[in-house]
Design a protein around this ligand. Structure first.
Ligand code: TRP
Ligand code: SF4
Length: 335
């Protein structure tokens, strides 16, 4: 029997290369080895965007289209939408009862989110931390435990949340004198983190990202703005790739060994200017994403197909989750 994995992403709309390299690429490989469940966390999106729901449906579709285009295969993996499985919310209620308040207050990721919200203070309503946002790690635990998964493939930023999930699972087992729940562990990928075009963390709200769905023209234009060795003002100044904090980093992610070595050499000898270097880099990135973008266009032109994949996957996930939550009701002793 294969081990089961589950992971999700908030419905933030079109995904960027950070999502692709940091998470999705890993899922694509894992789906061959594990019984895999991947879902769009639209309730989690509501924890901070409850007052901006006009694009919610499109955002969910865009995330799923990016997954499908990237190679998540609905024949191998179950793709679903969190809010189409209401039993997750039921499990969230049970877990909320047994989770000590100070466990969620201690959660470092939540502390960061609260800090960001407060820094946007002038936006009024949204700077308040809601009861639902406090419950973020409990809801995430419900997502994972609803499938009684053994492993959770996530980026390093989510590991603290999985720790809480383990604690909650153990506490449930202790309280109800059972060994029903697994204590899930994070499954980290080995990929290098891609920074944004300005050298900071890549993120939609920082305006420094390249989207999976960007056209070749847009990608090239964006790459041309990537920071380079700032000491290199003129083309015949000798360059130093070690000081080239974005463009050369991208080369190291997307180039072949020979391409990286050649870039390094020509940069140091001033045999290549930064504009030419980045044009070349853009070409390589565009080549890598060409098949993904073509597949993406296909799904965009067939929204009924995407809807069907979501409906079928959600029904399948729901069936499995109803079994698990049914057993939980039994274990607790509900009516
Ligand atoms: N919090 C995760 C993120 O922001 C998304 C998420 C929600 C998740 N529920 C999950 C990830 C359960 C793994 C398992 O990326
Ligand atoms: Fe960076 Fe390329 Fe310019 Fe060198 S030539 S500084 S590697 S962009």
């Amino acid at each position: 029997m294969k081990e089961r994995i589950v992971s999700g992403m908030r419905s933030t709309g079109k995904l960027h290369l950070g999502h692709y390299l940091g998470v999705i690429d890993n899922w694509v490989k894992l789906q061959n080895e594990y019984e895999s469940y991947f879902f769009v966390a639209d309730w989690h999106a509501l924890t901070t965007k409850y007052d901006k729901t006009e694009n919610l449906r499109q955002d969910v579709n865009d995330v799923v289209i990016d997954w499908l285009a990237s190679g998540i295969d609905p024949e191998k993996s179950t793709i679903y939408v969190q809010s189409l499985v209401p039993e997750i919310a039921e499990l969230n209620v049970y877990l909320s009862m047994i989770t000590p308040q100070n466990w969620v207050e201690r959660d470092p990721t939540l502390k960061d989110m609260a800090k960001i919200l407060r820094s946007k203070g002038e936006e009024g309503l949204n700077s308040q931390i809601s009861y639902g946002l406090m419950g973020y790690p409990v809801l995430m635990s419900a997502d994972i435990m609803a499938l009684n998964a053994q492993k959770v493939p996530v980026g390093i930023d989510q590991v603290a949340h999985i720790e809480i999930t383990r604690d909650i699972a153990r506490r449930f087992n202790n309280i109800y004198k059972t060994d029903f729940f697994n204590e899930p562990t994070p499954l980290l990928n080995k990929c290098s983190l891609i920074c944004g075009l300005d050298g900071n963390k890549m993120g939609k709200s920082f305006n420094n990202d390249i989207k999976i769905s960007d056209s070749e023209e847009v990608t090239t234009k964006k790459i041309m703005t990537a920071i380079t060795d700032t000491n290199r003002v003129r083309k015949d100044d000798l360059g130093n790739p070690e000081n080239c904090l974005v463009a050369f980093k991208y080369w190291q992610i997307f180039g072949s060994e020979e391409e990286i070595a050649l870039t390094d050499k020509e940069c140091r000898a001033a045999e290549r200017g930064c504009a030419q270097c980045k044009r070349e880099l853009a070409r390589i990135i565009n080549e890598r994403f060409a098949p993904i973008r073509e597949k993406r266009r296909y799904y965009e032109e067939h929204p009924e197909l995407v809807r069907e994949i979501i409906q079928n996957g959600s029904a399948r996930a729901r069936g499995k989750i109803q079994e698990v939550v049914g057993q939980v009701r039994e274990i607790i002793g509900m009516y």
